[in-house]
Design a protein around this ligand. Structure first.
Ligand code: FES
Length: 127
């Protein structure tokens, strides 16, 4: 069974076109990075994995936007992605698809994501 909505951060942690917030998840037993950004007032979340080569996008932790805050950019070879859909907008991602979209919602001053059959939550830490 898929767990319910998982908290990522406070709404105020993601400003329009500014740094995103990274958060961990799991794919097939491997810990991966995901991120949420705000664009034109709405929040969007993606798996932090370029569709060109499976590398994280941010050139510094949380820095995903280009200088004009119009596209998400991969730091490695410069692929551009549409912030509100994850679709490839140019560069080495052309013909290779876009970013893996995560379901995200904002309510009561916080941002939440919905794990799915592919991108799962981390297992609880045992002490
Ligand atoms: S790894 Fe992202 S553009 Fe090449």
């Amino acid at each position: 069974m898929t767990p319910g909505w998982q908290p990522i951060c406070a709404s105020e942690a993601v400003s329009d076109g500014a740094s995103g917030v990274r958060f961990p998840a799991r794919i097939g037993g491997e810990t991966v990075s995901c991120f949420v950004v705000r664009f034109k007032g709405e929040v969007f979340a993606y798996l932090n994995r370029c569709s060109h080569v499976a590398m994280e996008l941010d050139w510094q932790p949380g820095r995903f936007f280009d200088a004009d805050a119009q596209f998400l950019v991969c730091a490695t070879h410069g692929a551009h992605f549409e912030p509100d859909s994850g679709r490839c907008a140019g560069g080495p991602c052309t013909g290779r698809g876009g970013l893996r979209v995560l379901q995200v919602v904002e309510r009561d001053g916080a941002v939440y994501w919905q794990p799915d059959d592919y991108v799962e939550i981390l297992p609880p830490v045992r002490s």
